[in-house]
Design a protein around this ligand. Structure first.
Ligand SMILES: [Zn+2]
Length: 370
C-alpha cells in the first residue's frame, strides 16, 4: 500500500489541509474509489475503512491484478465545517458552492490536443486520451481557491481509471446509484450486490458532478470524433449507500464485500468471489425521478416506508400547520420506488421531502438539485 499525500493550495496562514490517496496493487486496469465528497455523508467513509483493511490483505496475498486507489476522505475542507455543532459538508462555507458540482469539462479541453492524433486503434486512442487528460489538468492555470485545487486532484486521480466509484448517501434512503445509460448493463451487477432500490440513468444531469466529469468526457469525445473508435473507457457511478445514519458495521462490511466482488468481476482482483444475485431493481431515467414538495410549511408525517413501491395517487406524507389548522396529504404523481426521504420532519420552502423513481419522464434540463 502506497500512501500519497497532496497539500491543498490556499490553506489559511498557519494551517494546511491534505488529500490522502491509498494506492494498492499494480497492473493495466485501474479502479478509483472515493468517499464522502459531501463530507457529512459518512456511510462511504465507513465502507472505505473496511475496503482499506481488505485491500491491504489482498495486496499481501498477491491477488490484486490491477491498481485500486482509495480516497476515504475526499473532502477535508467540508469535513471541518461545523455550524453550531451541526456538520455542514455539502456546500463550501467560503464560496457557497456544492462540493460535487462544476468539475472541469475534460472533453472540451482534450479535444484540440487529440484531434490530429486519433487513429483507428481503439486502445491506442484510450491511452492518447488519458495522457491528454493528465496534460490538460497539469496545464491549467494555478487553482485560485482551495476547493478548485481539491477538485482537480480528485479528478486527476480518477480520470485514467476504468472504474470510478464515488460513494455518497442521501438523507434517508435505500441504496441507489447514478450512471450514464450506456454503462447500466455493467453496473447491474453492483446494483444487485448492494441491493439497490433504484438506478437512475442520465446522459447529462447538468452540474458537472464528479462521476459525470469522469464518464462524460468519453461519450462527448466519441460523439465529437465519430470517425474514430473511442470506447466509453471510464465507467463512473455515484453510489448512494443508503442514508446519512447508515454507518453500522454490518452494512459497511457488506458494502465493502459487494464492491470488492464487483471489482473482481471487472478483472481487478483474483480469486473466488460470489456471483451477483439475480434479483435487481430496474433502471429508470433520472428524469423520471419525482422530487415531491410540501404545499405549505408545517410538521411532516411520512406515510410510506423507504423502498415502498407506490402508485399514482398513493399518499406519501402529511403536512400539518398547527397555527391555522391547514392539513395536506401529498400524493405520488408517478408510479415507482420511494427511494429517499428528507431527514427533518419539517416542510420548508424549496426543499423536497420524498423522491420517487418512476419510469415516466417528468423533468427536463438540469436534473440535479443542489
Ligand atoms: Zn452526496
Amino acid at each position: 500500500m502506497q500512501r500519497i499525500e497532496h497539500v491543498l493550495p490556499w490553506g489559511c496562514l498557519g494551517t494546511e489541509r491534505k488529500l490522502t490517496v491509498f494506492r494498492f496493487g499494480s497492473g493495466p486496469c485501474k479502479a478509483y474509489i472515493q468517499a464522502s465528497l459531501h463530507a457529512d455523508e459518512l456511510p462511504g467513509m465507513r465502507v472505505a475503512v473496511e475496503l482499506k483493511q481488505r485491500l491491504r490483505a489482498l495486496e499481501l496475498q498477491g491477488r490484486l491484478s490491477g491498481v485500486i486507489e482509495l480516497v476515504p476522505v475526499a473532502n477535508p475542507i467540508g469535513l471541518g465545517q461545523m455550524l453550531q455543532a451541526a456538520p455542514q459538508g455539502r456546500f463550501e462555507f467560503a464560496s457557497g458552492k456544492n462540493f460535487n458540482r462544476d468539475f472541469v469539462d475534460l472533453a472540451e479541453q482534450v479535444a484540440p490536443r487529440i484531434a490530429t492524433q486519433l487513429s483507428q486503434d481503439g486502445p491506442a486512442n484510450v491511452q492518447l486520451i488519458r495522457a491528454a487528460m493528465h496534460a490538460v489538468l497539469d496545464d491549467l492555470p494555478a487553482p485560485t481557491a482551495e476547493l478548485q485545487g481539491l477538485q482537480r486532484l480528485l479528478l486527476r486521480h480518477a480520470c485514467d481509471a476504468d472504474v470510478v466509484l464515488d460513494l455518497h448517501c442521501d438523507f434517508e434512503a435505500v441504496p441507489h446509484l447514478y450512471s450514464i445509460p450506456q454503462h447500466w448493463p455493467q453496473w447491474r451487477s453492483l446494483a444487485a450486490r448492494v441491493k439497490a432500490g433504484a438506478a437512475l440513468l442520465a446522459q447529462d444531469s447538468g452540474g458537472s458532478s464528479f462521476d459525470e466529469a469522469c464518464s462524460g468526457a468519453w461519450w462527448r469525445l466519441a460523439q465529437r470524433f465519430a470517425d474514430y473508435p473511442i470506447p466509453l473507457a471510464c465507467m463512473a457511478t455515484a453510489l448512494e449507500l443508503g442514508g446519512m445514519a447508515d454507518t453500522d458495521k454490518a452494512a459497511a462490511e457488506a458494502g465493502a464485500e459487494a464492491i470488492l466482488a464487483f471489482l473482481a468481476e471487472q478483472g481487478l482482483i483474483a480469486g473466488d468471489w460470489s456471483a451477483a444475485p439475480d434479483a435487481c431493481c430496474e433502471a429508470t431515467p433520472f428524469a423520471g425521478a419525482e422530487y415531491v414538495y410540501a404545499p405549505h410549511s408545517g410538521v411532516v408525517s411520512f406515510l410510506q416506508p423507504l423502498g415502498a413501491q407506490v402508485a399514482v395517487g398513493d399518499p406519501l406524507f402529511e403536512v400539518f400547520d398547527p397555527l391555522d389548522d391547514r392539513h395536506s396529504v401529498v400524493c405520488a404523481q408517478t408510479a415507482g420506488v420511494l427511494y429517499a426521504r428528507e431527514r427533518l420532519r419539517f416542510a420548508q420552502p424549496g426543499l423536497w421531502l420524498v423522491k420517487v423513481a418512476g419510469a415516466q419522464v417528468l423533468r427536463q434540463g438540469r436534473l440535479l438539485s443542489d
